[in-house]
Design a protein around this ligand. Structure first.
Ligand code: SF4
Length: 459
């Protein structure tokens, strides 16, 4: 066990997060102290002092700590001292201040020790967003509608997702319609302009064609949006939920964006992660979606899935390119504490860092050859190698909703189970969360309270 004493700081949060990039959860301890005499303190074995000079600069302390951690482990993290979820926000904040990309790049390298490769990635994403998104995001709002049901539960799932029978699903739909209609009255009363709407979950296409139609019509009529003109996306993540009648309902109502998420195109992997369908089901889902003329089809892939090697990942990527996805999000597997994978193989996380880094590198190169642009990025806790998730798209096929969620400069209205609404206050550059409940049975019991919470968006 290593002990790191960080001097002249009050909170261990940033230093603990940085140490986790280099060490397993139980291999270190970060202890904050405040003393002018730090260099003279006697430390035990495997104990180290950071910031004995009592600097006040968090960035300088993090750099010193980074170099120490790197020396002890021989690891160099591509993200340097950046441990947060939104590295692009840092880059764009610098760009706002310095006014040009070259100085932004320099500051990312010098102040945060970010590698050249990741600086270029951030620069490409910043360029894409600056070229494609105009106007002030806070003038409009986004909407998220949650449908917390899936046919089975995947091994790594941390979302609001349940396997439920038809009666429970119908009850949920009835309550969801109430919430949409209630919010619709407020939206109209306050002249809120909706910029994008995302139906996620869960898997919204677990609903029947008729239930889907009722939810989409309620959203259209209550929120006053036209699915044919608005960015309106429906997640059909699990191909085993896609049927011709559901696709027909969506297309008839004007929806042209759908997300079909393979994660992998290898049958053995799909089985291993608890998906009850084959790669052929995914291919069929894509064929059908293309037949119905969906304009944007997103595919999610995960790098680092159990028992996959670089060639497996390459094969999955080739397939999703071939079957016509024009928006591809490449995720790094996040191995959370308490997950089955972490319990079974605690070192999985560390052993696969280099391979997963190669997968991400390969995806970037290959997708660029195919005319894709990286357009949004985020990181999660417990990701292999502290790496990232990157959304790629063909020119103009980006998702505004994905960008706004990461940017955090827009109110997002959350409806349904698991939805976390956020109100943005531009004057204070701050978000306030308005979460709905996470359990669909509790949602039904407390639907009146969920409705009441909607008033908070305009208080
Ligand atoms: S499809 Fe997504 S939401 Fe559903 S169980 Fe799998 S990971 Fe969870």
């Amino acid at each position: 066990m290593y002990r790191f004493y960080i001097n002249n700081v009050d909170n261990d949060y940033h230093y603990d997060a940085l140490a986790r990039v280099f060490f397993g959860d139980d291999d270190f301890e970060v202890i904050t102290i405040n003393t002018p005499d730090a260099e003279h303190l006697a430390l035990g074995d495997n104990s180290y002092m950071v910031n004995s000079s009592a600097s006040d600069s968090r960035d300088a302390i993090k750099r010193e700590f980074y170099y120490l951690l790197s020396d002890l482990t021989g690891i160099k993290s591509d993200w340097g001292t950046l441990t947060g979820v939104r590295p692009l926000t840092i880059a764009l904040g610098i760009l706002d201040k310095v006014g040009n990309l070259a100085e932004m790049q320099q500051e990312l390298a010098n102040k945060y020790l970010v590698s050249e490769e990741k600086i270029q990635l951030l620069t490409d994403i910043a360029n894409y967003q600056l070229n494609h998104l105009k106007g002030n995001p806070s003038d409009k709002s986004g909407v998220y509608i949650g449908v917390p049901f899936c046919p089975t539960r995947c091994a790594y799932c941390s979302f609001a997702s349940n396997v439920a029978g038809p009666a429970a699903i119908e009850r949920y739909v009835v309550d969801l319609l109430k919430e949409i209609e209630y919010m619709g009255d407020l939206v109209k009363e306050h002249n809120t302009v909706i910029e994008s709407l995302y139906m996620g979950g869960g898997t919204p296409t677990t609903l029947s064609a008729d239930q889907l139609r009722r939810v989409i019509i309620a959203a259209r009529d209550s929120l006053g949006v036209d699915p044919a003109k608005l960015e309106f996306t429906v997640e059909a993540g699990r191909p085993d939920t896609i049927t011709a009648d559901k696709l027909a309902v969506m297309r008839d109502l004007g929806i042209s964006r759908i997300s079909i998420n393979p994660q992998s195109m290898k049958d053995e992997t799909l089985k291993l992660i608890g998906r009850d369908h084959s790669a052929e089901d995914i291919r069929n889902g894509y064929r059908l979606a293309k037949q119905y003329g969906f304009d944007v089809i997103n595919a999610d892939l995960i790098a680092g899935l159990p028992e996959e090697n670089l060639n497996d990942f390459k094969a999955s990527l080739e397939e999703v390119i071939d079957i016509g996805a024009n928006n591809i999000t490449v995720h790094t597997l996040s191995v959370k504490r308490g997950s089955r994978l972490k319990d079974k193989d605690p070192d999985y996380y560390r052993r696969n860092e280099e391979m997963v880094a190669d997968m991400l590198r390969y995806a970037r190169k290959r997708l660029s050859e195919e005319g894709f642009f990286p357009y949004y990025i985020y990181r999660q806790k417990h990701q292999i190698g502290a790496l990232e998730n990157v959304g790629y798209c063909k020119e103009g096929k980006h998702s505004i909703y994905n960008i706004r969620i990461m940017e955090e400069k827009q109110t997002i209205i959350g409806l349904g189970v698991g939805a976390i609404g956020k109100v943005y206050y531009p004057d204070e550059n701050r978000l306030e969360r308005i979460p709905n409940v996470y359990n669909y049975e509790v949602y039904s019991e407390r639907i009146d309270e969920m409705l009441d919470r909607k008033n908070k968006y305009y208080e």
